[in-house]
Design a protein around this ligand. Structure first.
Ligand SMILES: C[S@@+](CC[C@H](N)C(=O)[O-])C[C@H]1O[C@@H](n2cnc3c(N)ncnc32)[C@H](O)[C@@H]1O
Length: 254
């Protein structure tokens, strides 16, 4: 008998930002697979079992979850944020792509979640109000030269850039190097938003101009949003600055 495999995201960490659809999947499943801190965000019943694993073991975790679902269990694979953005939905698809035939028969349900860049953007105004892209700064799964090329190309094309996985103990220099590259392309005053732990009690949102942007402001719980040349900062008396990117760019095709 083939079971069911839900792939869900918890949202950025605030329980109110997990969708009702994902919460419903949690109530249906009995087997849970995920990185421990993400599983900790769920309130599981005594009949629900958790298999926590390290966040570098995504493919093994996906295979274990698919195996359980293929043998009849109702399984939930848990990511933070949205499961399709630098997260487990792709790992599950990779495992199905290269795995045994019976994994293709599993009833797979991927449920969307609120991703980090949306939670950070909402805290500060509307920096993603016009065209934008998301880039993972991790060179664990792709070569650094590709990241450099994508950063420069995206900045030259006028995209706002949301950087995921900006820095870690094992990757201490990449964010500083990214700022160096972007300073060659973007105005010095371009706002850089460091959105740390958005939606959580330890949230910290900081804005710095690109020419002063300090990589040490970020940690691995930070999503960094770099504005485009159109992105503006609105100062407000007694309230935090607003950052937004207008919906329009003056030109012939407006
Ligand atoms: C492996 S990625 C997973 C992204 C996740 N699937 C999502 O949609 O948000 C982990 C990165 O997401 C970002 N991130 C996750 N939660 C965050 C939060 N609450 N606030 C800011 N950034 C967050 C950080 O850049 C972190 O290094």
């Amino acid at each position: 008998m083939t079971g069911k495999l839900f792939v869900i995201g918890t949202g950025p960490g605030n329980p109110d930002q997990m969708t009702p659809e994902a919460a419903d999947a949690v109530s249906q499943a009995t087997e849970f697979y995920g990185y421990g801190p993400y599983l900790d965000r769920l309130h599981l019943r005594s009949d629900q079992r958790r298999q926590a694993s390290d966040n570098r073991e995504e493919l093994d975790r996906a295979a274990a979850a698919l195996h359980a679902a293929a043998t009849g269990a109702t399984v939930c694979v848990v990511s933070g944020g949205d499961p399709g953005i630098f997260a487990m939905a792709a790992a599950v698809c990779e495992a199905i792509d290269s795995g045994p035939e019976e994994w293709r028969a599993v009833d797979l349900v991927v449920l969307p979640g609120i991703t980090a860049m949306l939670a950070v953007a909402a805290r500060i105004g509307a920096p993603l109000g016009h065209d934008f892209c998301a880039i993972s700064l991790s060179d664990n799964l792709k070569p650094w030269n590709i990241i450099e090329n994508r950063l420069s190309t995206a900045a030259k094309a006028g995209f706002v850039i949301a950087l995921y996985n900006p820095i870690s103990k094992a990757r201490p220099w990449q964010l500083g190097k990214a700022f160096e590259l972007l300073r060659l392309v973007l105005p010095a005053t371009t706002p850089v938003i460091f959105g740390r732990a958005a939606g959580r009690p330890d949230e910290r949102i900081t804005i710095q101009p690109l020419h002063e942007a300090d990589a040490a402001t970020a940690d691995m719980a930070t999503c960094v949003i770099i504005g485009s040349p159109e992105t503006k900062v609105i100062a407000r008396d007694g309230k935090p600055d607003l950052v937004y990117t207008p919906r329009f760019i003056a030109g012939e095709n407006r």
